[in-house]
Write a protein that binds this ligand. Structure first.
Ligand code: 3PG
Length: 216
């Protein structure tokens, strides 16, 4: 899939079965991690804004790994969205939704995957024109059962379940008609970072890339 300046949330979700959730504490890890994931076939990368080094890590990836499509995670405010865009983010993921974050992303021209965990939150996102949503925290909030329940009233909504997702439960989620991809931090575990074990991250990405999904 070609990725152009008109990147959509659906394209972000469709590119691979898994969006890696990346937590970086060391700028020196940013580029090797991004290259390791891209080498494993995964290029939509969500770097979370939850460490002091996150924006510097994003800048490094945006500058040095052009094959990656950099996204910002844990975006909780319009200011976060603007900072992420300035650091090179091309899409935004948030753990919840506010209309201020939605407006900021529209103003910036960035696709947004907002987090929802209830029907009311889904409806608020729909009111603001958003129909590709992150289900967070997925496994803690009901997992596959709640996604199946939502497929009735929310037939036009597509989800990226994230939170507690692993290789072991991803298959069940990806088999659902309203799940396009899943998100998770398991591809970039802290011990692999500490050991600078980039080949392990590439192997994890290859395994995740090979997951089958039914929706698209
Ligand atoms: C997120 O930020 O989306 C989640 O913290 C990722 O959840 P996980 O660590 O359980 O994969």
């Amino acid at each position: 899939m070609a990725v152009d300046s008109q990147l959509t949330a659906l394209q972000v979700m469709q590119d691979a079965p898994v969006i890696p959730v990346i937590v970086l504490n060391d700028v020196a890890h940013a580029v090797p991690v991004a290259r390791a994931l891209v080498a494993g076939g995964i290029r939509m990368l969500e770097v979370t804004l939850r460490t002091p080094q996150a924006l510097a890590c994003m800048e490094a990836i945006a500058r040095d790994v052009p094959e990656a499509v950099l996204g910002a995670g844990t975006v909780r405010s319009a200011a976060d969205a603007r900072a992420a865009a300035a650091a090179g983010a091309r899409f935004v993921v948030s753990p919840g939704y506010t209309s201020a974050v939605g407006q900021a992303c529209r103003d910036l021209g960035l696709p947004l995957l907002p987090g929802v965990a209830t029907g009311s939150e889904i409806m608020m996102c729909q009111e603001d024109g958003l129909s590709e949503l992150k289900f967070f925290p997925a496994m803690q909030a009901g997992g596959a059962a709640i996604l199946k329940a939502w497929s009735g009233p929310f037939t036009d909504i597509r989800f990226c379940p994230t939170g507690g997702v692993t290789m072991a439960n991803a298959t069940e989620l990806l088999a659902l008609s309203n799940v396009v991809c899943v998100g998770g931090s398991w591809l970039v575990p802290p011990d692999a970072l500490a050991q600078r074990d980039w080949s392990r991250i590439t192997r994890s990405a290859q395994s995740a890339k090979g997951l089958r999904r039914s929706a698209g």
